[in-house]
Design a binder for this molecule. Sequence first.
Ligand SMILES: Cc1cc2nc3c(=O)[nH]c(=O)nc-3n(C[C@H](O)[C@H](O)[C@H](O)COP(=O)(O)OP(=O)(O)OC[C@H]3O[C@@H](n4cnc5c(N)ncnc54)[C@H](O)[C@@H]3O)c2cc1C
Length: 358
Amino acid sequence: MPRFVIVGGGPVGLAAGIEARLRGAEAVVVERCGGPVDKACGEGLMPAGVAHLARLGAVPAAAASHPIRGIRYIDATGGRKVVVEAPFANGMGLGVRRLGLSEALRERAVGLGVELWERTEALGFRADRAGVTLETSGGSVGGDWLIGADGLHSQVRKWARIEVVAGPARRLGIRRHFPVTPWTDFVEVWWADNVEAYVTPTGPHRVGVAFLWGGRRGRGDFDTFLAGFPELAARLGAPESSIRGAGPFDVRVSTQASGRVLLVGDAAGYVDALTGEGLALGFGQAHELVGLCLDGRWAEWPARWSVITRRHRMFTRGLLQLAARPWLRRLAFRGLAANPWAFRLALNHGAGRPALTG
Ligand SMILES: Cc1cc2nc3c(=O)[nH]c(=O)nc-3n(C[C@H](O)[C@H](O)[C@H](O)COP(=O)(O)OP(=O)(O)OC[C@H]3O[C@@H](n4cnc5c(N)ncnc54)[C@H](O)[C@@H]3O)c2cc1C
């Protein structure tokens, strides 16, 4: 039976394992943490991501999630508050606590017979024309393909000598949760100069707040950032989780494949978290990649990756221009506020649109 060896039991690695089992292949997922795994994330899942989860049979518990109807941008800089919002045109999104997402995927993977090697570090691999052998802290494991789903700073990518170029937008992110009843079913993005706050309902009585920033703001301090959004801060009170961070983003990868070693999710290249699409895109990639491998067409993966991520990369780079240029952002948001249909169009041809696959 064909066998996938997957490094990384984050959402995309687990999704790849589930995809493999759903198509009758074997899968081993090697994850250095004990599950369920937490991580810095805005925790907003776009409608396409919700559709992927349903197809995978991994639906997060209601206590760890909250339906999301659309996206609202709020810009109170420049002496005037501008609010622009639009609902998703293609179904509901989901705010989901990362632990709840991980739990749902992990349970489904184990239920389908994915071999989950937790608290196991991947250490390196050997590959030849016939297959791959991964060395781990728990022994070696062989398979037909090695899938690197090991995140932004992928080791598999380094071991495969795949070149990485840092893009110009060196941004970082941090997140924290607050035990308050969500006041909206929109993801709110509060914009200021060089930092944005992403506010996502992630449970019946929980709201997550993530900050993304770039430029000269150093490593970033959660409380200092929050103090810059007094109207938001007044709604939150004391946090219920500790701070987690990630970045820098904008990791450009020369290729997503080296023989039978294939990259997926953040490991395959990442622009920025500001469209909240990483999870939906990663699930779509896992679906495509497993299919290509089983069809004997894994050499096509880099070209396919480029096609299925193109719209997202263009949209994200466009928004990064607004994040870096306050005057342009204010101008754009005022224009969108006067023409709400334009924001609806942008959202649903950008962040809210379903992935091309799945
Ligand atoms: C601040 C912030 C906000 C974000 N907001 C959103 C959002 O609202 N919506 C959205 O869709 N996306 C968002 N994202 C992006 C999203 O979090 C990522 O796209 C997603 O986590 C990618 O999943 P992944 O499985 O590819 O990688 P990861 O989640 O990084 O998982 C990689 C896994 O590999 C494991 N690993 C790494 N190396 C090894 C090794 N050597 N051996 C064993 N295991 C290893 C790690 O422990 C980890 O569990 C955000 C990201 C950030 C930082």
